[in-house]
Design a protein around this ligand. Structure first.
Ligand code: SAM
Length: 292
C-alpha cells in the first residue's frame, strides 16, 4: 500500500473515522521520496533496530521495516492504532507501542524490545515537541544515531556555529552531545494538512565522549543558558544570574578576561570550546571560594 498517496490516505482515514489533530502535530507525509530518504540515511540495516516516534499512518515505519531487523514505533494517539493495524499488516517486524515520547524510558524500552542490537532513532517529529523530544532522545544515551525531520529553522539552529544569528543554547546542547548535520530540505507541500513552514531532516550521531572537557556539566549548561537567555546583554551581564552571588561583577569580568575573551563580548560569540574553557575556569574559581 502506498501510504503517501493522498487518495489512499483520505480513503483509509475516512473509513476509520480519523480526524487530524493540530495539537498533536499531525502532518502526514504525501511524498514517498521523503520517508524513503529518511530511512536510507538513518543507518538502520538487517543488523540493527529502529525506534520511531509518531508513526502516524505508517509511511516511515514501512520504510524502516524494509531495512531494519526490528522496528518499534511509539504513538500517543490511540485513534491511529486500528489504522496502523491495517496499513502495517504485512510488516511482521514492527511493533506499535502506545505512549508519549516525553515520558518514555528509552533504555528500558530498547533493552526489552531489541536486546543488545544497535538502535537508530528516526522520526517525522510533531512540531510542538521538537526540542524536548530531541533532548530526550539524546539524553537517553541509547541510540547509535538520531535522524529526525523538524522545522527548517530548528534544523539550522541545531547545526549553526558561534556568531551566526541561528546560534542558540540548543545548538550548544546538541553539538556537545552529537555530530549534527542537515541532510536535506522538505517543502511544506509534501504534507497533509500542509504546515505553514518548510522542514528539514537532521542526522545526529551521538559522541561516545563529549568533544570538549566542560568540567562540571551542570555549571557548563547553566552558563550556556544564562549567556543566551539575555542575548542583547554582554556575557558579563548575562552571567550575573549564575555567578553574580559568588564571584561578583568584578570577579565575572576577571573570569572572562582570564579566558582570553574581550570583557564586552556577547555570549553568542562563544564556541563550544570557549564555553568549556569558561566553565572549567569558573569551576576552579568557585572551588577556591568554597574551600576558604
Ligand atoms: N510519521 C508520520 C508521517 O511522517 O507521515 C506522522 C508524523 S506526524 C508529524 C507526528 C506523529 O507523532 C503523529 O502520528 C502524532 O500523533 C504523533 N505524536 C504526537 N505527539 C506525540 C508524543 N508526545 N509521543 C508520541 N507520538 C506523538
Amino acid at each position: 500500500m502506498d501510504l503517501c498517496n493522498q487518495t489512499i490516505i483520505r480513503e483509509v482515514l475516512t473509513r476509520h473515522g480519523f480526524h487530524f489533530s493540530k495539537s498533536l502535530g499531525q502532518n502526514f507525509l504525501t511524498a514517498s521520496w521523503v520517508p524513503e530518504r529518511i530511512a536510507d540515511s538513518c543507518g538502520a540495516d538487517e543488523h540493527s533496530a529502529a525506534l520511531e516516534v509518531g508513526p502516524g499512518m505508517g509511511c516511515l515505519t514501512q520504510e524502516l521495516s524494509r531495512r531494519a531487523a526490528r522496528v518499534c514505533a511509539i504513538e500517543i494517539d490511540r485513534a491511529l492504532f486500528p489504522v496502523l493495524a491495517e496499513t502495517l499488516a504485512d510488516c511482521g517486524n514492527v511493533e506499535i507501542v502506545p505512549g508519549d515520547v516525553l515520558k518514555t524510558d528509552f533504555a528500558t524500552l530498547c533493552a526489552e524490545k531489541f536486546g543488545d542490537m544497535p538502535v537508530h532513532a528516526c522520526a517525522n517529529l510533531p512540531y510542538y515537541i521538537t526540542t524536548p523530544a530531541i533532548s530526550a532522545l539524546l539524553d537517553s544515551g541509547v541510540f547509535s544515531s538520531v535522524t529526525v525531520m523538524v522545522q527548517k529553522e530548528v534544523a539550522q539552529r541545531i547545526c549553526s556555529s558561534a556568531g551566526s544569528k541561528d546560534y542558540s543554547a540548543f545548538s550548544v546542547y546538541v553539538q556537545y552531545h552529537a555530530d549534527a548535520q542537515v541532510l536535506f530540505d522538505v517543502p511544506r507541500g509534501c504534507f497533509v494538512p500542509q504546515p505553514k513552514v518548510d522542514s528539514a531532516v537532521v542526522r545526529m550521531v551521538p559522541y561516545q565522549a563529549p568533544p570538549v572537557d566542560a568540567g562540571d556539566e551542570k555549571l557548563f549548561f547553566s552558563l550556556v543558558k544564562a549567556a543566551f537567555g539575555q542575548r542583547r546583554k554582554t556575557l558579563a551581564n548575562a552571567l550575573g544570574t549564575v555567578l553574580g552571588g559568588t564571584l561578583g561583577k568584578e570577579g565575572i569580568l576577571d573570569l572572562i578576561s582570564s579566558c582570553g575573551f574581550d570583557t564586552r563580548i556577547r555570549g553568542e560569540r562563544l564556541s563550544l570550546e570557549d564555553f568549556a574553557l569558561l566553565s572549567r575556569t569558573a569551576k576552579q574559581r568557585l572551588d577556591v571560594l568554597k574551600d576558604r
